[in-house]
Design a protein around this ligand. Structure first.
Ligand code: HEC
Ligand code: HEC
Ligand code: HEC
Ligand code: HEC
Length: 410
């Protein structure tokens, strides 16, 4: 659908209305509290009239169609769809290629001989076109990644018999797995697997697990609610407390460690704690630091200090639940519009865009190769799997033609 309506007038309220429309709520879930205005963007291309659009078609035919098609649907790998893209955004980007601030040799060499006026019209033309259809097969290349937390939870079923249903040990001698930093848990599991930490049961339990499986398990236990192990202890808590003064520097005043490499001891099963100390002392569990510290403790002292730590209240380590693709898109849509259909002429639509191009752009923001304050903040927290999931999601979304609020002519 070509817009043959008379020149659209800029509604100052448009951007604000768009933000409200996308369900943006300030400060939700600790995310950036405001949608940053894209300053200094020329809006003429978004509100161009039919004459400019027609002239833009000539520019497109001569200089752009070989890669982006005359219909704006990129046929060449790496060349994005630009049909129905927000006009002011297109123009802004073209100027950035021309100035060399958005580094891309291909595009820079194309636009460097074109006047700003020609670029403005090409932007207006492509913005007026119908969008590319959604890519139904997006995401097929990468099999859908399981939610790491769900994966960890399912894998933990095999551990519950000994470590307790939610990681709180009910079997004396077996450690609780809650209240421990995921980095410590991961290192401990890898040490069993690799044989540096000797325990036949744990070695065989983890023999078939991949590093990703271990990471999922560590995350699951780290996010479970910590609770004190209910198992009995036989030591003298008061005597243990004074002995523990020597341990607080590393394991924390209240048995809650501040560093991932040092385990928290608060609420841990007492029999396990005592056995661990005995292991360090006799060398069956190797750690130079702990060997020296355990050397000075006899069996009774070990039981006392173990009873003391077992009596303390464990604390959840500082980890956050990772966001799913759906959690992420809620945040992206605050700026990019519902399902990636931007209602702000200065912010690009993502719906129906080529998946390979979306991946490439997000990686470029992450690495800093493509500069944008808004996107640097957003993309910094994305992992590779998030990027793939988001690219597949938006490529599958149905893109809509540009529709702006049209004010009655003055
Ligand atoms: C030789 C192939 C080629 C030609 C010709 C070409 N482009 Fe591109 N275009 C590309 C590629 C490849 C990219 C992706 C570059 C990047 O990642 O920054 C691109 C990116 C763009 C973008 C950025 C889109 C976005 O969503 O940020 C715009 C806008 C664009 N081209 C418009 C044009 C216009 C207008 C013309 C004609 C004046 C044109 N291109 C000519 C290959 C081409
Ligand atoms: C048959 C009982 C049993 C099963 C099943 C079991 N564990 Fe263990 N696990 C133990 C025992 C006993 C220890 C203490 C070993 C030692 O002294 O080093 C232990 C230790 C650990 C530790 C070290 C904790 C620390 O504080 O250093 C981790 C982590 C762990 N297990 C994870 C798991 C996971 C994950 C599973 C399931 C995939 C699992 N275990 C299954 C018995 C079991
Ligand atoms: C210099 C720092 C430091 C001090 C002081 C220290 N620890 Fe440790 N402790 C560690 C580190 C690091 C580990 C992890 C070693 C490993 O991976 O086996 C550890 C492990 C342990 C474990 C095994 C916990 C588990 O979940 O498997 C126990 C029990 C323990 N310490 C008790 C003590 C006691 C009791 C004292 C005081 C007498 C003490 N530690 C003092 C650094 C310290
Ligand atoms: C605070 C507003 C804001 C949020 C939130 C936001 N973006 Fe953006 N995004 C922008 C702006 C502004 C641009 C244009 C920047 C530029 O010119 O390079 C952009 C550009 C992009 C581009 C490049 C599109 C193209 O055609 O080249 C992609 C891809 C993208 N964003 C994806 C995302 C994803 C995925 C999320 C959520 C994880 C997200 N954005 C969240 C404002 C935002």
């Amino acid at each position: 659908m070509k817009r043959s309506a008379p020149t659209f007038l800029l509604a100052a309220a448009l951007v604000v209305a768009g933000a409200a429309f996308t369900g943006y709520s300030p400060g939700a879930a600790g995310q950036p509290a405001k949608v940053e205005p894209v300053a200094g963007v020329d809006l003429r291309a978004a509100y161009a009239g039919p004459l400019e659009v027609a002239e833009g078609k000539h520019v497109a035919q001569a200089s752009c169609a070989s890669c982006h098609g005359l219909n704006g649907i990129g046929a060449v790998k790496g060349a994005p769809h630009i049909a129905a893209q927000r006009g002011a955004y297109l123009y802004d980007v073209l100027l950035a290629y021309k100035a060399g601030t958005r580094g891309d040799e291909t595009m820079s060499s194309v636009v460097k001989f074109l006047s700003d006026d020609a670029l403005l019209k090409a932007a207006a033309y492509y913005g007026s076109l119908d969008p590319a259809p959604p890519a139904k097969d997006a995401g097929k290349g990468a099999p859908a990644k399981a939610d790491p937390l769900q994966a960890g939870k399912s894998a933990s079923a095999a551990c519950a018999g000994c470590h307790g249903d939610a990681g709180v040990s009910k079997m004396p001698g077996t450690p609780s797995l809650v209240g421990l930093d995921p980095k410590y848990l991961l290192a401990a599991m890898k040490a069993y697997k690799g044989g540096q930490r000797k325990n036949d049961v744990m070695k065989s339990m983890l023999a078939a697990a991949t590093d990703a499986d271990l990471g999922n398990l560590a995350l699951y236990y780290a996010l479970e609610k910590p609770a004190r192990s209910p198992n009995p202890s036989t030591g003298d808590v008061a005597a243990g407390k004074s002995a523990a003064a020597a341990c607080a520097g590393c394991h924390g005043e209240q048995g809650v460690s501040a560093t991932p490499a040092t385990p928290s001891l608060a609420g841990q099963d007492a029999q396990y704690l005592a056995a661990a100390l005995a292991g360090y002392k006799d060398g069956s569990r190797s750690d130079e630091t702990m060997k020296g510290l355990a050397a000075g403790l006899d069996e009774a002292a070990m039981k006392n200090v173990a009873a003391y730590y077992a009596s303390l209240t464990p604390k959840a380590p500082d980890v956050r639940k990772p966001l799913s693709t759906a959690d992420w898109t809620q945040r992206c849509d605050r700026c990019h519009g519902v399902n990636g259909n931007s209602t702000d002429p200065r912010i690009p639509a993502l719906a129906g865009q080529r998946e390979d191009y979306l991946v490439k752009s997000l990686q470029a923001y992450r690495s800093g190769a493509r500069k944008s304050t808004a996107m640097a903040a957003m993309s910094g927290a994305l992992g590779d799997a998030d990027v793939e999931g988001l690219a597949a999601h938006y490529a599958r979304e149905k893109a809509r033609s540009v529709i702006y609020v049209i004010l009655p002519g003055k």
